[in-house]
Design a protein around this ligand. Structure first.
Ligand code: SF4
Length: 328
């Protein structure tokens, strides 16, 4: 349920967030796709894997999670004793929506010899039905630890699964989900942009379709793209992922130019995640004030989902194939 902001006239929302953060012993975690004003006051900004690790190790009493619901659910799975609030409970994800647990369960049952390697962008129920969770920054490391002859189901992102399958020559049964944001990039518009900036490399998130990824000089998670931005020799980078990540790039590298890859008409906002955009400073303030909307879950379900997440954290720390998805 979306929180309808109360009348906050006369309230200094930033100052109140600061006061409540101390009073509640709260930590504010934010994903790179959040609005700049939220990123700027977060205690930590990161990708899904980094945020999972932070949620697991924090000693705060309250986690205010500025991201989408499956991320806040993950924080609760890993830190059940904490109060976890999400500024807007309607902040979902098209990948999670594409994979209803009962259908995923039937799919698994139809392929009993396969293990389920599942992208973290899924519901708690689907995590509970999976063997190992991956993030875009840990998928390569984890996949390389699975024996070559072990059949794999990969869901719910068919583009990430397809990219891994092609790169490692590992056939996988792919669940047909997509991210509506990364699906919206236009190959035609990207090539027009590249023609204007022929020396600028392209960095793409693996949630993009092959028509985008195949033109990329670097494919990786949000944190991987940030590192790549630091390493490029030139001063301009074309970025094919949710454009709010450019805020972190411009903060860290003010002398470089970052250009967001275009959507279908070359000039739309279709690459801004509409779910992430639901979180606002006002809703974050209300969440810290009221400790609502709060993530709650059944304990048996939590423990079942935790197994596949723990497996991810363990396997992601391995030195086998260490690293992000990396250069193509
Ligand atoms: S950018 Fe795509 S994958 Fe990420 S939360 Fe939004 S809809 Fe989901």
């Amino acid at each position: 349920m979306t929180v309808m902001p109360a009348d906050l006239t006369g309230i200094d929302v930033r100052a109140e967030i600061e006061r409540l953060r101390k009073e509640r012993n709260a930590v504010i975690l934010a994903h790179y796709y959040q609005k700049p004003e939220i990123q700027d006051l977060a205690d930590f900004v990161g990708d899904s894997l980094e945020l999972s690790r932070k949620a697991a190790e924090t000693d705060a009493d309250v986690i205010a999670f500025c991201g989408v619901k499956f991320m806040a659910d993950t924080a609760k799975i890993l830190s059940p004793e904490k109060i976890v609030v999400l500024p807007d409970m309607d902040a979902g994800c098209s990948l999670e929506d594409s994979c209803p647990p009962e259908k995923f369960k039937a799919f698994r049952e139809a392929h009993p010899d396969h293990i389920a390697l599942t992208y973290i962008n899924c519901s708690t129920e689907v995590k509970a039905l999976s063997d190992v969770i991956v993030t875009s920054s840990s998928a390569e490391t984890i996949l390389q630890q699975i024996p070559k002859d072990q059949p794999i189901i990969f869901g719910p992102d068919r583009h990430l699964g397809g990219y891994l399958s092609r790169k490692f020559d590992r056939p996988m049964l792919l669940w047909p989900g997509v991210c509506i944001v990364h699906e919206a990039f236009s190959e035609t518009e990207l090539l027009k942009l590249k023609a204007k900036h022929p020396d600028a490399p392209i960095a793409a998130h693996p949630e993009c379709p092959p028509t985008i990824v195949d033109h990329a000089d670097y494919v990786g998670s949000t944190s991987g793209i940030l590192k790549y931005a630091n390493e490029i020799e030139g001063d301009t980078l074309i970025v094919a992922t949710e454009p709010h990540i450019i805020h972190q790039m411009e903060r860290a590298l003010p002398n470089k130019t970052f250009i967001g890859a275009p959507g279908a008409d070359g000039n739309c906002n279709c690459n801004i995640c509409p779910y992430m955009a639901l979180n606002t400073l006002e809703k974050l303030y209300l969440a810290l004030r009221d400790l609502q909307p709060r993530i709650e879950m059944d304990e048996d379900l939590r423990l079942a989902a935790k197994k596949s997440l723990d497996k991810m954290l363990e396997m992601a720390s391995s030195t086998v194939g260490k690293g992000d998805l990396g250069a193509r």
